[in-house]
Every structure is written in structure tokens, then in C-alpha cells.
Design a protein around this ligand. Sequence first.
Ligand code: SF4
Length: 366
Amino acid sequence: MPDLASVRRLLLDWFASSGRDLPWRRDYAPWSVLVSEVMLQQTQMDRVVPFFDRFLARFPTPAALAAASEEEVLKLWEGLGYYARARNLQAAARAIAHGHGGRVPDDPAALRGLPGVGPYTAAAVASIAFGQDAPLVDANVERVLARVFDVDESLATSAGKRRIAALAAELLPPGRARDFNQALMELGALACSKAPRCGECPLAGLCEARRLDITAERPVRAPRKAISHLDVCTGVLTHAGRIFVQKRPTPGVWAGLWEFPGGRIEPGETPAQAVVREFREETEFAVQVAEPLGLVRHGYTTYSVSLHCFLLTLANGGNQPVLHAADTFRWAGARDLAGLAFPAGHRKLLDRLEAEGRLPRLLAQG
Ligand code: SF4
């Protein structure tokens, strides 16, 4: 087994010289660390940084976020996905503003009491913001520890998880949790990635998986579930130079986001038939397809989507919907569309229409 003191020293030295310059690492302000940890829950570091900068510029304190409208928060979160995180973060900001004197609590139990803050995020904030001796295990840490210490239990089993947790706790140098936890995660992100770059790794000289030439077999994981695929349709309904959008109900998937109506294409249906049916079911509008707008592809963690898009006009009847799948609606102009938060696939469609110069034309048709 590699010498623990050497692992600690090599990791801390490497992090001091090679750790990335990230905005929340400049002063480790607890609010910055909490926001960064929530953003990093399901998103890669390089995508998080620009969102983090914009978010902190607008909401530099929990009180600022607590006082904002949900609409504005979701708009700033647009593109990061997993929008429940944004709503939970705002609820946490309100709890901090009203129940903790406006300061992020340093007590792990109090942190765990905040909306959207589970045991991992609480330990991350306690150690990284407040320097408390709380071990951290994320996917990067699992990979590094499983390789360095040749953990041969599957990480899908409780025995494998226990072994990793015990190693993380045993390795943690008292008083150095902030740097050590980040060093382990950083090594997993930068060198000990899925295809490890052992030549750049400070632990190469004592890593068991490298010595045994089994880095590809560590960590031992359960077989991955296949990614499923969905074919769905959506329609941009125009009327008098405006576009119909509706707001998703709360609670539910994409709660509080705006969308164009649409849904799954049923067996035996063409995408065009499906979009006419979906509009009837969701809004009671009778619509007709004016032209296809092409396909938008989007990937999520466990499924991928092909979004068949259409330009629609009203076939008959008035322009007041009867909503069956939304809280509210708008006939939106250009400024509305730019200011509302949409799910990623719908935002991709809007961006494409804008880039192709079609959106201004649609909105100009009176
Ligand atoms: S030597 Fe290679 S496998 Fe081992 S910790 Fe470093 S990068 Fe990972």
C-alpha cells in the first residue's frame, strides 16, 4: 500500500503549483463556494466558470439572490440545466438571509438543512470555505483513490463505497482539508481522468494501478446503462408578429421555464401530425404546419432527444388558448424571447432561427 504521508505531501505540493485559478478560489468566500458547489453538482468545471461569474456579479450575496424574482434567476441559469438547483439555491439564499443573519453557516448540520444541500455539498462547503476536516468523495476522488490504492471492489457496491470513504478519511491531513480535498478532485479532473495521463501525475511513482498496468480496470464499475433516445416535436406558432410560449407548471420537469408546446411522437404518427395533436391537447389551438424548421439534437445524462421543429399558424379560431400543460402563456415579441428562460433544446432552436435571420422575419409578420 502506498505510503499515506507521501501521497498527502505530493498532492498538496502539486495542488499549490498546478491547481487552476478559479474565481471562488481567490478568497474562498463561503457564498462563492456554496454557489460554485451547487453549479458543479451536475456540470463540468469549464462550463460552470462563465455562469458563476455572471451569477455572482448579479447576486454577490445571499440577500441579493433572496430578493430576486424566480424568473430572473432561471434566466441567469439558462444553459446550465437541472433547474431545480437554481430554485433550491434561491430557497437556500432565503433561508440564509432570514435564518442565519445573511451568512452561510459553517456548521455541517446547518448546511445540510439548507434546500438543495446534501451531505456532499455540506462537506464541500465546510471544508473548502471553512477549512473543516470533512473528507470529500466525488467521481474524481473515487477514480484517483481506486487507482492509487488498487481498490478492486466495484464502486457500485456498498463495500466499494465504504473502502473509498475510509481511504478519503484516513488520508485527510488535519487542518489542510481545503487544499487536500481540492487537490484530490483536481488531480482526477486534470491528470487521472478516464484516460489517465500518468506522465503528468505527481503520484505516478507510488500508484498501484500504474505499477500493475491496470489503470483501465480501475475503478471497477457496474456496466453502464444504455442511453435511450426520444423523438419529440415542437412548434413555433406565430400570429400577428408574435410567437406563442407557455410556462411550465411547478412542480414538474423544467418547472418555471418557458417553452413552445410539443411532446413525444406517438407510434404511427408523423412529426407534423404529432405537433398538431400536441397543440390541440395542450392549448386547444387548431394549428397547421406552415413549414418544417429542421431538427435540434440534444443530449441529457441518460437520454438523447431529436426535436422535430415546425413553424405553425392558427388554422381557425381565436388566439386565446385553454391551457392544459402550463401555468400561463404569452404572445411573445423579440424582447420577451430574449429575456425568458427556455429548456436547452428550445433555446437552441431560437438561437438557430436568430442566426439564420429567420426570427426577425417571423416577428415582423403582422
Ligand atoms: S499514476 Fe496515473 S492512474 Fe495513477 S493516479 Fe496518477 S494519473 Fe491516475
